[in-house]
Design a protein around this ligand. Sequence first.
Ligand code: URA
Ligand code: CA
Length: 434
Amino acid sequence: MWPIDCIAHKRDGLVLPKEEIERFIDDYVHGRVADYQAAAWCMAVYLKGMTEEEIADLTLAMAHSGDMVDLSPLAGIPVDKHSTGGIADTTTLIVAPLVAAAGVPVAKMSGRGLGFTGGTIDKLEAIPGFRTTLTEDEFLHQVQNIGMAIMSQSADIAPADKLLYALRDATATVESLPLIASSIMSKKIAAGAKAIVLDVKYGEGAFMKTKEDARHLAHTMVRIGHLVGRPTHAVISSMEAPLGTAIGNSLEVDEAIEALSGKGGRRLMEVVLAIGSQMLILGGKAKDDADARHQLQELIDSRKGLAVFKAFVKAQGGSYTWIGKRPLTKAGQAYTPVCTDAGWISAVDGRGLGEIAMSMGAGRACKEDSIDPMVGIRLYKELGDPVRPGEPLFTLYGKSDADLPALAQQAADLITVTPQEPEHIDPVVSEIIT
Ligand code: URA
Ligand code: CA
């Protein structure tokens, strides 16, 4: 008896045929499978797992549950990137113009953020006048003209994933490898990607807590990408400390512009170059990693990536004359405490800093919250840097009525200075899976 059979098959550990997976997803989206049945099915998947073929079938079934964006009018191979989410991660705003400048079309649909700071769309909306809503024609024309466009998701992308994710959240089935992998990959495929680069992060501030779990998820998604004909590479990166030095939306735009001007932080640029090179390779514009990195460095040194960023902001109606001249951030007040000790930065609690930035208004605790684009934290030191007494550690940017000295005390407690240099710091990028 349908759909009970399908639940029972997975409960008993059987491998589900493609037709059964497709029918289950289609029936669920059309209300012919009840929420409690889909919830039982998710729990069965959680407990019994799925083969890679089943995950690939589930991915395609979810991708086809709504609109499929057609990027075939674009010349070249559109490569998308996805990050499993981190703190001070403004990689997209740096990588997209660099890769576009190298000739790989970037036609990206992004979301708003829920959590410590905004998503890419929230960051772009910190730029006065910037339009994140484009028609499909405008979107494609812009990519053809200047190489890139980023718009907020307008199409009805993977509605099956939206429904299932809400159920999983309420039924302790979020942490299921087949369900996570199909959720992420189905959205990229529906958004039109022909190839995909994933940044799978691990650590305290990340969705996957351990490197082993991150590697496992990455390997699964890379295999699924190949099975569904969308070549996929993955970068494994550490979230044991914030990636960049800016936490907050306009601050992250400022950091992206600095990076495109050759002044990017060490940790951030490690990830930018790793993701960017894999995008050039998959987009057919570089023959290997060394060639790709050489091209990306040249596009930074020549400011050609920065020029594409400026053209992109202009094309989407944003104010752009300030770019390269002054920061975008202008909060009500700023406060910069100095370091009292000499030593080395041996730990930075990114999650804690993210929570402070969120309490100041940089992120959303729930979907309805609004964001203040100007507030946040700018760090002057990275994990492993030496510090001397009297050196500034960070600046807090807040609303005019915020108690910044008190918040600064909390933030300073999250940055550990030790008299000895830390013996071992994980490289940010530990592996690239192809
Ligand atoms: N991110 C997603 O998009 N889906 C998941 O299931 C988990 C993380
Ligand atoms: Ca996350």
